[in-house]
Design a protein around this ligand. Sequence first.
Ligand code: AR6
Length: 175
Amino acid sequence: MNTARIEIIQGDITKSEVDAIVNAANTSLLGGGGVDGAIHMAAGSALLAECRTLGGCKTGEAKITRGYRLPAKFVIHTPGPRYKDGNHNEAELLASCYRNCLKLAVENHCATVDFPSISTGVYSFPLNDAAKIAVRTLAEELEHCPNIKRVRMVCFDQKTMKAYETALEALKAEE
Ligand code: AR6
């Protein structure tokens, strides 16, 4: 477990000056609402053009593109699970999003990575559970990613930030 390189901030991920930002996408990778819409809007139509070449992406997996007009060099697109009742592998699929995004970040020599709160908007994953899964998975994976200097959860609103702060504090208390 390694929580020291995880930070929680409130903000707009389209403004992040980092090596890679993560997009909470859908399996088409062709854009949508929420953070996905904001990222496509800020990056410009060249992002959609590259996404069209990727052939979509399965839930829990991830694909990488350039960042185009964004300050971030890369965008890592991952479709999170749609929350049904908790009995459809939602937790494992969500953890797998965080793991696969970090893996792509490492493969592409990214040292700084910013994540949004995957699946807790349109996809209705219960916020506190999603926050626990996110920070635990990141902390476990960072053990094996010495070249990643910093991972931030960029929370759009106060309630989301509180949930991630609480989850991270609980994890630090375990260490
Ligand atoms: N920066 C950071 N976080 C943001 C931003 C932003 N600019 N905009 C919204 N959020 P959602 P999901 C937060 O719904 O639940 C799309 O249509 C938002 O407040 O964007 O994974 C896709 O195409 C929330 O906390 O993603 C898919 O169809 C978090 O980002 C579907 O929605 C995630 O909310 C994916 O749903």
